[in-house]
Write a protein of this length. Structure first.
Length: 263
């Protein structure tokens, strides 16, 4: 086989792939055949990666995460990409739930409804930036779980991946239960059903953690789960306090108009 010049990095090599950057030797002109191959690869990649990972997170969540951490990764969808895709889908679906109508129904008068609009404004921002939100809080989730389960040996980066899978599992449950919420969106049962969806969500998360650490003492695992919840609660309380203080400070400096919260 004759040496070839890579069209990507101009490295001289032999074989079907460049030994320097990995590009294929056969880089034909873009045509319908190329597009067909790309679509076929994309579909198969999603089918073999995304759907495979989703299935494994439902039937054996903790074992799946542990095997991924130990190196069994070829068949799996990338965990951070999985989280990003599912969070984006959840953010899109959240637009179809009647949160605005529900907020205004809670107000006994016009002023109460006006105050409750703060929550609606935040919800609007959340639905538009949900994937970004999940990615931003992920490092803090990982920090809380790392501090709680540090004794079991996984480092901070590994805890990021663990929380990627745990959050993705929660988001998948949200997608699956969305049709029920949408069907009941204009009924008195909407709020109750929305709260009840928390049960399978946290149930699966608990199952994942117990299975992930199945070689550890069960009582110790549950105690550390409680520590994890405490860490998360403390984090969100501190985040809320910092946000309030920062907002008040910005108002006093004149950088923010307080009326912006109420639209």
């Amino acid at each position: 086989m004759q040496p070839q010049l890579c069209k990507n990095c101009e490295h001289v090599f032999q074989g079907n792939f460049c030994s320097n950057c990995g590009q294929k030797t056969n880089t034909v002109r873009l045509n319908w055949h190329y597009l067909q191959d790309e679509l076929k690869y994309t579909f198969l990649h999603i089918n073999k990666g995304f759907l495979y990972t989703a299935k494994q997170l439902f039937i054996r969540p903790g074992d799946t995460v542990r095997e991924f951490l130990e190196g069994k990764r070829v068949q799996h969808y990338k965990p951070i990409l999985l989280l990003f895709v599912l969070a984006g889908l959840n953010g899109l679906l959240m637009h179809f739930l009647p949160v605005e109508e529900f907020i205004y129904k809670q107000g006994n008068n016009e002023e109460a409804a006006r105050q409750l609009k703060i929550g609606k404004n935040f919800y609007d921002w959340l639905t538009k930036n949900y994937a970004l939100y999940e990615l931003l809080v992920l490092p803090f989730y990982a920090l809380c779980s790392w501090l709680a389960f540090k004794k079991f040996g996984y480092n901070y980066i590994e805890n990021i991946i663990i929380n990627c899978f745990a959050t993705s599992q929660r988001l998948m449950i949200g997608v699956l239960l969305f049709p029920l919420q949408y069907f009941l969106r204009n009924t008195p049962y909407f709020l109750a059903v929305s709260f009840l969806t928390v049960i399978p969500t946290f149930g699966y998360t608990i199952w994942m953690i117990v299975q992930l650490y199945k070689n550890q003492n069960t009582t110790t695992v549950f105690l550390r789960m409680l520590l994890f919840v405490f860490n998360l609660s403390l984090f969100f309380i501190l985040l809320l306090l910092i946000s309030i203080v920062a907002f008040v400070f910005l108002i006093k400096l004149g950088y923010v108009d307080k009326s912006i919260l109420l639209g």
